[in-house]
Design a protein around this ligand. Structure first.
Ligand SMILES: NC(=O)c1ccc[n+]([C@@H]2O[C@H](COP(=O)([O-])OP(=O)(O)OC[C@H]3O[C@@H](n4cnc5c(N)ncnc54)[C@H](O)[C@@H]3O)[C@@H](O)[C@H]2O)c1
Length: 252
């Protein structure tokens, strides 16, 4: 896959899937805006990319905030002269509780971070993609969007909205030559788990989770990065509205 001269934004690029994706795209020639609410994380990712000879700029962005999202897109324009690819990856979970025990604050945090972020991203990035003559958006949903389970109802609902918006946007933006796809990953031991109240997976819980996965492991960030890169690449020019399971068969 060749991303030479492609100008890319990755949100949540300071950790986990976003960091792996930013590094992979940059290693294949992309110029990357690495955005994260955690600036130190974004700077770490950029440092690694630059050390390897790649091009990247960090920015602190809260994906819930319109002004931050506008500034993120503006940085791509001022640094790289435009925008070709947007990876909407930033997101989080909530404490694993039944929905009737979830607080309104946690519900709002999850929906604003995982779902309203897509609205802001589209609002500011799509006009730039249109100016570029087309482009690609890849959203990070979750296998929970398709195969929801207990104790994550609001999270799964937020990712279900991401999945539906992905397909709706794919149909809306095709006339501008903008493809819109999503990946639906299975659990991965990234920073995400901390947001669900689990500091570290116990061996017992990990073994239990792995037993339910046909390919007998959890997701590695490289699995997600490789799938995002494929969907964003020239090899996928006829793919839009795809919700690609990255789950070792768990969703079957
Ligand atoms: N790890 C999993 O089990 C899993 C499974 C399926 C989907 N996902 C999704 O993958 C995406 C990436 O998660 P991850 O697993 O890499 O977790 P992670 O915690 O390692 O990375 C998420 C990044 O998003 C950033 N972030 C959080 N809130 C933000 C905000 N308001 N604005 C900007 N950045 C913000 C965090 O600082 C962090 O760097 C998320 O959308 C998550 O819901 C994760």
């Amino acid at each position: 896959m060749n991303f030479e001269n492609k100008r890319v934004i990755v949100t949540g690029a300071g950790s986990g899937f976003g960091a792996a994706t930013a590094k992979l795209l940059a290693a294949n020639g992309a110029k990357v805006i690495a955005s994260d609410i955690n600036l130190a994380g974004a700077e770490d990712t950029v440092g690694i990319i630059q050390q390897a000879g790649g091009t990247a700029k960090p920015i602190r962005t809260d994906v819930r905030e319109a002004s931050d999202m506008e500034a993120m897109v503006n940085l791509a324009i001022s640094e790289f002269g435009g925008l070709d690819i947007v990876i909407n990856n930033a997101g989080l979970g909530h404490k694993a509780v039944p929905m009737h025990e979830l607080s309104e604050a946690d519900y709002d945090l999850v929906f604003n971070t995982n779902t309203k972020s897509i609205f802001w991203s589209v609002k500011y990035s799509v006009p730039e993609l249109i100016k570029s003559g087309g482009g690609v958006i890849v959203n990070v949903a979750s296998i929970g969007a398709k195969r929801p389970r207990p104790l994550g109802v609001a999270y799964n609902g937020s990712k279900g909205a991401v999945a539906t918006m992905t397909r709706a946007l794919a149909s809306e933006l095709a006339r501008h030559k903008i493809r819109v796809n999503a990946v639906c990953p299975l659990a991965s031991e990234t920073g995400f788990f901390k947001t669900t109240g689990v500091d570290k997976l116990s061996d017992k819980l990990r073994d239990h989770m792995i037993k339910e996965v046909p390919l007998r492991r959890l997701t590695d960030p490289s699995d997600v990065a490789n799938s995002i890169a494929f969907l964003a690449s020239e090899q996928a020019t006829f793919l839009t509205g795809i919700l690609l399971d990255v789950d070792g068969g768990k969703g079957i």
